[in-house]
Design a protein around this ligand. Structure first.
Ligand code: DC
Length: 224
């Protein structure tokens, strides 16, 4: 059986940075599931379909083929119908599209098998919103990583700046709160902690401290 770490939590809590470092340390594949929703968001935007229009988005799904590939350094790249999506899926506009399409049941059903298949075949740390609750309910380790709003918005703002974008801090904070609200109150697979998840608040922790805490938990489970 593969070894599975489910890492859920809101945006900006540090999931991707922590997951990447953990993957490198523990020799796991890092799966960024948000990128899959982002790729569907990108396709929806390109087709000019309103991402809140469930029927419209559902009708696009048969046209979409997604594939995850990994560079030598473990960086994940999502291919949308054979095209590498790169930073196109990282813009604030596509973040909102991703959040909207992720509330559509057909979209979640469409992505379920892709996610489970990767985790069955590989030892993974999978970052998302419903990994511990829906995708991998039997994961060996479940972590729900949080941080306070201001801290998360600041991290997200710095990340966007590093990618060459120039949003204001206020707009990032506002977008983040709106997206959190959408993600945690939707009726299907809301972003909530699994009952058996370990809650970890990263507000006052460094990345290394978060990684060390999760690694300790994971190593104790791996031995069993
Ligand atoms: O992690 P992220 O910010 O890249 O995710 C983009 C959006 O996709 C986010 O608003 C919520 C949604 N998402 C989800 O519903 N379930 C997941 N497992 C991952 C992301």
């Amino acid at each position: 059986m593969s070894f599975q770490i489910a890492l859920d939590g809101p945006s900006g809590a540090g999931k991707s940075t922590v997951a990447k470092a953990l993957a490198a340390k523990m020799n796991l594949i890092y799966v960024d599931t948000g990128a899959l929703y982002r790729a569907i968001g990108l396709y929806t935007q390109r087709k000019g379909v309103d991402p809140r229009n469930a029927v419209g988005v559902e009708n696009l799904l048969p046209e979409i083929s997604l594939e995850l590939r990994y560079d030598a350094d473990g960086t994940q790249q999502v291919y949308l119908n054979g095209e590498a999506t790169g930073n196109q899926i990282r813009t604030p506009e596509i973040s909102m599209y991703a959040s909207a399409v992720s509330a559509i049941p057909a979209v979640r059903a469409f992505l379920l098998d892709t996610q489970r298949r990767i985790a069955e075949k590989n030892d993974v740390v999978m970052d998302g919103r419903d990994i511990g609750t829906v995708i991998l309910p039997n994961a060996n380790v479940k972590i729900f990583l949080t941080a306070n709003d201001e801290c998360r918005a600041k991290r997200r703002w710095l990340e966007l700046k590093e990618k060459g974008m120039e949003p204001s801090y206020e707009s990032v904070l506002e977008d983040m709160r709106r997206r959190d609200h959408n993600d945690s109150t939707r009726t299907i697979a809301p972003a909530v902690a699994a009952p058996d998840a370990v809650l970890l608040d990263s507000s006052d922790l460094t990345i290394d401290e978060c990684v060390a805490k999760i690694e300790t938990i994971a190593l104790s489970k791996r031995k069993k």
